[in-house]
Design a protein around this ligand. Sequence first.
Ligand code: MG
Length: 157
Amino acid sequence: MVHVGIGYDVHALVAGRKLILGGVEIPHPKGLEGHSDADALMHAICDAILGALGEPDIGHFFPNSDLRWKNAPSRIFLEEAARLIALRQGKIVNVDATLIAEQPKLYPHVAEMKRRIATALRVPEKNIGIKATTNEHLGFIGREEGIAALAVAGVDL
Ligand code: MG
């Protein structure tokens, strides 16, 4: 039976940090603040998968009080989510995600994000959807104070 999960994440944009989304380092004057590499896209996808499994959120598995995850690549969180699915003999049906950012333009990086997410989850790229949109200059995203990501995942269990 296919179980679906939903994920949401947001991180603040600050000077002096790399901007990493979907495992891709994107040239930009600001990056996302966080304990790990602050990859909001991978975090949202991880939460979507955990939700489909009926598990608690990513912070439960990888607390930001744990120095092991300081500046850690978020790929390891997705690898752990994939491991939890495999433990239950489950299979990811698909993942779909939307990035919401005013700047920079993310579309040129989407293909590489898909490759990296598919590799971490060990699924074909065709099962990963990633879109990017702006917030039409509204709110904190519109003021370029942060970037958000939404994701859903279908897992056959
Ligand atoms: Mg996060």
